[in-house]
Design a protein. Structure first.
Length: 156
């Protein structure tokens, strides 16, 4: 099965502590994803964030909803590493993905924070070319997420 990796980087005009607080919280995650998707934390994980879930354990199914309404896939959420304020690594499976890894690293830079996402994916369906197509979609989606994050912290 083909595996693809996508990387997206951008700089946000805010200190790393403020960016971290936003990107690990379900409200911040959903803000980044809107209007295309939202993600609902699994049952039993209410009140938890990426940096407070039990490490290495499957937390449950985090349903992905198209336009915030139509459930179409789920992330069997598992966060395996967290360096609070700096980095997290999620290694999950999805209904559509045999492998889904999302690493986000925050680095302080002059005037703000560099956000670097690395996503590795492997579709479940053995369709030739599917991994390449999904990598393009994921790349566009994470560029959208970065734009939303930059706008959130943009001076008004």
């Amino acid at each position: 099965m083909a595996t693809r990796t996508v990387e997206v980087r951008s700089e946000v005009r805010a200190p790393a502590t403020a960016v971290w607080a936003r990107v690990v919280h379900p409200d911040g995650i959903n803000h980044e994803m809107r209007p295309w998707l939202t993600m609902r934390m699994p049952r039993g994980a209410a009140g938890l964030s990426v940096d407070t879930v039990p490490l290495g354990q499957f937390v449950g199914r985090a349903w992905l909803r198209l336009f915030g309404v139509v459930p179409f896939d789920f992330d069997h959420l598992r966060v395996v590493e967290v360096e609070s304020g700096v980095r997290f690594l999620e290694r999950s499976t999805m209904m559509s993905m045999r492998r889904w890894e999302h690493e986000r690293v925050l680095t302080p830079v002059a005037g703000g924070t560099r956000v670097h996402d690395r996503i590795t994916l492997q579709p479940r369906l053995p369709v030739p070319g599917l991994a390449a197509v999904l990598a393009r979609v994921v790349d566009a989606f994470f560029r959208h997420r970065h734009r939303r994050l930059r706008r959130y912290f943009a001076p008004r």
